[in-house]
Design a protein around this ligand. Structure first.
Ligand SMILES: Cc1ncc(C[n+]2csc(CCOP(=O)(O)OP(=O)(O)O)c2C)c(N)n1
Ligand SMILES: [Mg+2]
Length: 545
């Protein structure tokens, strides 16, 4: 056995099902070793696509997604997706090929110090320099990637080491026991909740990662406390629930801002500052905060918790609940927001403007998707609208990158989602800018048999940046571009292509596209005048209570 073969045995022992990647001369031994493996290698068209696939695989399963590239340019291409996984807290293991250890000390073709390069975008990384260290390195990589907060790790494998003979066997997985919060912290939190007149719950992705959705819904219901969630916390409480206030995270005021204005306590559950700075909802640190999470709170002058309850989230919520009694407390004022939010959402149900308003596009998309179906949003103005208007019944049914927020994630992400859940409908929602960043992976999707629908919000430009420029400077620049004929583009790749020509087209087109057994692309002209209209409305917003 050589080191590459041992590496593959170790990956199998970790339960790896797929490796997403692209071949190169320096990772050939790994590809050879995969010939006799249960692991399916998914050949991608760009290393960035491979890393995004591993990223979303990790986010949906909680187990590290694995991606592979060659050295130098392959590795630099891989990096954006690796960084995305790291800041989105998705477990991922990246493996790069490398020149042999005999030519690292001199100027060498395609050589870059990849351990140095990946260090800032991973939780941990290393190079295999002794074949006999392989099993330890792989086990350590998976352990670190999958432990809270999860993230990316990187293993660099020089080609001469990959070919060297080695004895060894995989180290078996350990069972990490849950850790529980101290009773002192639980009591502190319970007392503060008992004393609060108008508390508000803010939930982030940590609650989804810890499968705390059910307990959290019970906690909020029993204590009658309204729940807002970040973009990456979507679905943590079912949206029809009377306490659900939906997503926060726009970089401007929205109805939910009124909830924060009037709260006298924020109970942050699995909340991650990387997603939405507390300076946005708690400038000056006026509102006392309770931090409930699996790791201690990050330091921020707007987020200095009066209690930190660090341990298994469901257990912490249960223990706090035992100690809380809010009977007789008046209804939380933030609930006054709910009718406003609901009517804002519903007013687009029959909107017949064309190009289609983003709110209407998403309203109709929601109608054709089931509770367990999955959408992956790309990054742009469409993401803001998806976060605000695409409501979820369950966790992990609307995947948004909001830690690193890299354009180009939606199409590769949808491939991973369809591999993980072949029985569910999957839709990639993307801007025309983000589409053109990784649309080559639609060929991968066709080849590996993942039929999903891509819907393009077509505005002929970088809409989110235009929105920002208009807000900040009153005009926009350098944001317009031309697009190919997306229908012909799709058809030329053997995919189904559709163009929405009227509002009435949208639902039938979506339904037809979702029935196809090949990937489908829908080009949908969108009316982004709504972006500034929204800013105007939010600026004039007076709190209903
Ligand atoms: C890789 C990457 N490059 C640049 C950005 C900055 N950025 C954020 S949104 C955006 C515009 C997105 O345009 P498009 O995909 O067309 O979506 P739209 O905003 O028009 O809905 C840009 C350039 C980013 N987040 N990621
Ligand atoms: Mg656009």
């Amino acid at each position: 056995m050589n080191t590459a073969e041992l590496l593959v045995r170790c990956l199998e022992a970790e339960g790896v099902e797929y490796i997403f990647g692209l071949p190169g001369e320096e990772n050939l031994h790994v590809l050879e070793a995969l010939q006799n493996s249960s692991i399916r290698f998914i050949t991608t068209r760009h290393e960035q696509g491979a890393a995004f696939m591993a990223d979303v695989y990790g986010r949906l399963t909680g187990r590290a997604g694995v991606c592979l590239s060659t050295l130098g340019p392959g590795a630099t291409n891989l990096m954006t997706g690796v960084a995305d996984a790291n800041l989105d807290r998705a477990p991922l293991v990246a493996i790069t090929g490398q020149v042999g250890t005999d030519r690292m000390h001199i100027e060498s073709h395609q050589y870059l110090d990849l351990v140095a390069m990946f260090a800032p975008v991973t939780k941990w990384n290393t190079q295999i320099v002794r074949p006999s260290n392989t099993a330890e390195i792989v086990r350590k990589a998976f352990k670190i990637a999958q432990t809270e907060k999860p993230g990316a790790v990187h293993i660099d494998l020089p080609e001469n080491i990959a070919a060297m003979p080695v004895d060894g066997r995989p180290l078996t997985s350990d069972n990490i026991e849950k850790t529980f919060a101290s009773f002192r912290s639980i009591e502190k939190a319970a007392n503060a909740i008992n004393d609060a007149a108008n508390p508000l719950i803010l939930v982030g992705n940590g609650a989804i990662r810890s499968n705390a959705s059910e307990m959290l819904t019970k906690f909020a219901t029993r204590l009658n406390i309204p729940v807002a969630n970040t973009f990456m916390g979507k679905g943590v409480i079912p949206y029809p629930h009377p306490l659900a206030l939906w997503a926060v995270g726009l970089q401007q005021r929205d109805y939910i801002s009124c909830g924060f204005d009037q709260a006298d306590l924020v109970i942050a559950i699995g909340y991650d500052l990387v997603e939405y700075s507390p300076k946005k909802w708690n400038p000056g640190g006026r509102i006392p905060v309770i931090h409930i999470g699996s790791t201690p709170a990050e330091v921020d002058s707007s987020y200095m918790p009066i209690a930190e309850v660090v341990g298994d989230i469901s257990d912490s919520l249960q223990e706090i609940l035992y100690r809380c009694d809010r009977d007789g407390k008046p209804d939380p004022q933030a609930l006054g927001l709910r009718p406003e939010i609901r009517s804002d959402y519903a007013q687009y149900a029959n909107d017949d403007g064309f190009p289609i308003k983003p709110q209407k596009l998403i309203y109709d998309l929601r109608q054709v998707m089931g509770a367990d179906d999955i959408v992956i949003s790309d990054v742009g103005a469409h993401k803001m609208w998806m976060a605000r208007h695409y409501h979820c019944h369950r966790p992990n049914t609307c995947i948004i990158s909001n830690g690193f927020a890299a354009m180009g994630i939606a199409i590769p992400g949808a491939i991973a989602a369809k591999l993980v859940h072949p029985d569910r409908k999957v839709v990639a929602v993307t801007g025309d800018g983000g589409f053109m960043m990784n649309c080559q992976e639609l060929e991968t999707a066709l080849r590996v048999g993942t039929a999903f629908v891509t819907i393009i919000f077509n505005d002929g430009g970088y809409g989110l940046i235009e929105w920002k420029q208009e807000n900040q400077f009153g005009h926009s620049s350098f944001i317009k571009f031309g697009n190919p004929d997306f229908v012909k583009f799709a058809e030329s790749m053997g995919l189904k292509g559709y163009r929405v020509e009227s509002v009435a087209d949208l639902i039938p087109t979506l339904k037809e596209a979702l029935e196809q057994d090949v990937p489908a692309v829908i080009d949908c002209p969108v009316d982004y005048r709504e972006n500034l209209r929204f800013t105007q409305k939010a600026g004039d917003l007076s709190c209903p209570i």
